[in-house]
Design a protein around this ligand. Sequence first.
Ligand SMILES: [Cu+2]
Length: 141
Amino acid sequence: MRTFLSLLFATLLIAGVSTCQHHSHDAHASTSTMEFDAAEPTVNQQYKISGNWSELKRGWGILTLKVTDASEQAVTGAKVVVPYDMTTMSMHPPENAVEEKGDGLYEKKIFLGMRGTWKFNISIDSNSVVDTLTKLQDIRQ
Ligand SMILES: [Cu+2]
């Protein structure tokens, strides 16, 4: 019985790991090889947010945010919204829902239709502690 439980546990563990690896296949920006820019504090210092900002290119892509609290612990279960647009014109980009990926990672499918400066209005709500960060990113390619 004990052996059976150990086997079952091992199987579940392996299944869990392969599920995690699986989702990295569907986007060229996989979370496992992702390069995050330096973390930045939200306006009221409640959270720190790092993202794959430098990797973003024109067209479809995945914005990945890593959210921690002020003591660098991963923030899970937060309500994260990231409306975005260009600073110089209204592009009405698609607003796909942010998906939580565990371990403080949050992903949003985005479409950056033009080169230029884009603005991301990040809002984090974890247990009703709300804080924001406005991020400007130049898209050059
Ligand atoms: Cu534009």
